[in-house]
Design a protein around this ligand. Structure first.
Ligand code: GLU
Ligand code: ZN
Length: 289
């Protein structure tokens, strides 16, 4: 049976117990299914990624007993592929430049006639300020501006069936099995997402979809916090002609107060437990594996 999964950390801080859970679960699932476990370094945010954090990731994961094939994919080396996909979507008239600041978007979305601003997986849902009446396809793509996906136009190029994926874990409200999103709901619940961040040459959504496809990922194992983003990923897979993997969204590891662990939660860093003499078995016990 073909089963390929991955762990895709960003090298912007120490790995903590939440990362350990995600990586060990994915690795255990791959072992149980005689499949493959890949590592991918998600370092598109070069203002925050540091080589020392990347080195610490390899070190912690090896210490936990994980192995993965080399070479490891690093997103910072994938800009040509991201640019190619953006060009394709641009020439199909599905992208448009957006110069709005976060503040502009919040102001437009909370204008009195708009009611309370709605939130989607990326924060306040974009009210469409920069969306052009007619598609723009002229090359070159303007530089130094963000690009958004025109969701309504994109959906109009696809068959009318709802977007769907198979969930073998569970979403925040326990949803599992085949998860469907009506296309008409997508615009309202997500809005025109950013596919190119001005400072990055890509975005989380675009890079994760392209990289999962090129790495042949059949099963994405990741935290439940990314469940809502999956409908965007399924849409991008359809637009780009990629298969949709199976998704397994897992529970989040929380601290003693019930708060989900954050990047800066150094108190739960694997390195800290290592320094205190914990063993990999202790770590597994702490996170219920
Ligand atoms: N790089 C993301 C993170 O560290 C994970 C992306 C994914 O698994 O889809 O949260
Ligand atoms: Zn805009």
């Amino acid at each position: 049976m073909n089963f390929t999964t991955r762990f895709a950390p960003s090298p912007t801080g120490p790995l903590h117990l939440g990362h350990a859970y995600s990586a060990l679960l994915a690795h255990d699932m791959a072992t149980a299914r005689a499949g493959q476990f890949l590592l991918r370094i998600e370092d598109i945010d070069q203002t925050r990624a540091r080589p020392e954090w990347e080195a610490a990731i390899y070190n912690d994961l090896h210490w936990l007993g994980l192995n993965w094939p080399a070479p490891v994919m690093r997103q910072s080396e994938r800009s040509a592929a991201y640019a190619e996909a953006l060009k394709q979507l641009w020439t199909r008239g599905l992208l448009y430049p957006c110069t709005c600041t976060r503040r502009d978007i919040e102001a437009a979305a909370s204008a009195p006639q708009e009611g309370a601003p709605l939130h989607g997986p990326d924060g306040v849902i974009y009210p469409g300020t920069c969306r052009p009446k007619e598609p723009i396809t002229t090359l070159p793509i303007p530089k130094d501006t963000a690009l958004r996906l025109d969701i309504a136009r994109a959906l109009a190029t696809l068959p009318p069936e709802p977007l769907c994926f198979t969930e073998t874990g569970a979403g925040p409200d326990g949803a599992s099995g085949v998860i469907t999103t009506a296309k008409s709901d997508l615009l309202a619940s997500v809005g025109d997402v950013v596919l190119l961040r001005r400072d990055m040459g890509t975005s989380y959504h675009l890079s994760v979809v392209l990289d999962d496809a090129i790495q042949g990922i059949t099963d994405v194992v990741r935290g439940r916090d990314l469940f809502e983003a999956t409908q965007i990923h399924v849409l991008l897979q359809q637009l780009l002609g990629f298969p949709t993997p199976t998704y397994h969204h897992h529970r989040l590891i929380r601290d003693d107060t019930g708060k989900r662990l954050a990047k800066r939660d150094d108190a739960r860093a694997i390195a800290k437990y290592r320094a205190e003499g914990a063993t990999p078995t202790d770590i597994r016990a702490m996170i219920g594996l």
